[in-house]
Design a protein around this ligand. Structure first.
Ligand code: PMP
Length: 363
């Protein structure tokens, strides 16, 4: 076969490693009753309102979706107060992250992001063959001062996550505002808020949009809203920025059932409140359980927690698989990331972890 070279950036690209699906582990080990705490999904699944709304629209599968996403944009407008011209829809927010980079970054430009940030920032930068300026984290958190200082003449975009995945760390409004003041107005700042619904009292990003036309706020329906399988995200930004994003967005990137589901999910505030409460209780359960095992963790404002297992992550990950528990190694020495599950799932994880690390509950 003739060798066909790929684009330079893509030749060096190592693809994203998703969390291991339950069905794959079932096939490999022939076991059932598996607990998956690997992809920060909602352990409650999705709202019943979503199921009803999707079921009512099944007959529409034969038609193309509305490429303009009218019903979903209307719901977003009603809830968040930004008009259709400030909304970009994505096939999950991963799709949006790629759209942001493709819209604003060319080869020879640079992109700033933090060490220990969401892996996709590096991937979309690499795919364009742009320069990655990875700024060392402060502890496990973004060092916003250092990130602003890292901006070069060729920097076009900065990715930041609040809270961050996989560390769960966060920053406050004043810190963010000070950062935005330092970033030149021609540099796009992507504020990725995939987990913002879990602790919404901490940060109101939307008020910054009017002040900073170079800011993009990115949200997803995959986490607290429970629509991970359907792939829906949205971005809010200035009219000017949104226009560029929508020029390269695939016209049917969000399918009809996903949009219908997203509208129902956004409307069901009771489900979000319940999900938030389950997450808070689960976070407390895991923190207490880890402390009893003598393990430390990184304080988190998301729906997962980064645990210092004081052991080899790959080995412990594999040992936990044999116990029917899927977690996530995230490339941080001696740490594993665990999503917050239901009470029973969290209990199973804690018991399995104690077993594979041969730890005893301390009095
Ligand atoms: N941003 C962050 C910080 C994430 O953790 C994730 C999911 N792992 C995403 C974006 C992408 O999620 P989705 O494509 O499902 O919206």
């Amino acid at each position: 076969m003739t060798f066909v070279p790929a684009n330079q950036g893509i030749e060096k690209l190592k693809p994203y490693q998703p969390g291991k699906p339950v069905s794959e582990l079932e096939r490999e080990l022939g076991i059932t009753n598996i607990v998956k705490l690997a992809s920060n999904e909602n352990p409650l699944g999705c709202s019943d309102q979503v199921k009803k709304a999707v079921a009512a629209e099944l007959a529409e599968i034969g038609r193309y979706p509305d490429g303009g996403g009218f019903i979903l944009k209307d719901q977003i407008q009603a809830q968040f107060g930004f008009g259709h011209q400030q909304i970009t829809l994505g096939n999950g927010s991963n799709d949006l992250l790629e759209i942001f980079a493709r819209a604003f970054v060319s080869e020879k430009d640079s992109v700033v992001y933090s060490q220990h940030a969401f892996a996709v920032y590096g991937l979309v930068t690499q795919a364009i063959n742009a320069e990655a300026l990875e700024v060392p984290a402060k502890g496990f958190a973004h060092d916003l001062d250092a990130m602003a200082a890292a901006v070069q003449a060729n920097t076009k975009l900065i990715f930041i996550a609040n809270p961050n995945n996989p560390t769960g760390t966060w920053f406050e409004e004043a810190e963010f505002d000070a950062f935005m003041q330092k970033v030149p107005a021609h540099v796009i700042v992507v504020l990725d808020e995939a987990y913002v619904e879990y602790y919404p009292e901490n940060f109101n990003s939307l008020k910054f949009l009017a002040q900073y036309p170079n800011l993009i706020v990115s949200r997803t329906l995959s986490k607290c809203y429970g629509l991970a399988a359907l792939r829906v995200g949205f971005a809010l930004a200035s009219v000017e920025v949104t226009d560029f994003l929508n020029r390269i967005r695939q016209p049917f990137n969000v399918n009809h059932l996903a949009m219908v589901a997203a509208v129902a999910a956004l409307k069901d505030e009771a489900f979000i409140e319940k999900s938030r409460a389950v997450n808070k209780a689960g976070m407390a359960q895991l923190q207490a359980g880890l402390e009893q095992l003598g393990l430390s963790y990184v304080p988190s404002r998301a729906n997962f927690i980064l645990v210092d297992i004081q052991a080899d992550p790959a080995q412990t990950f594999n040992d936990l698989l044999k116990q029917g528990v899927i977690v996530r190694p995230v490339g941080i020495a001696s740490h594993l990331r665990v999503s917050i599950g239901t009470e029973a799932e969290n209990a199973k994880f804690l018991a399995a972890l104690a077993e594979v690390l041969a730890l005893e509950v301390q009095a």
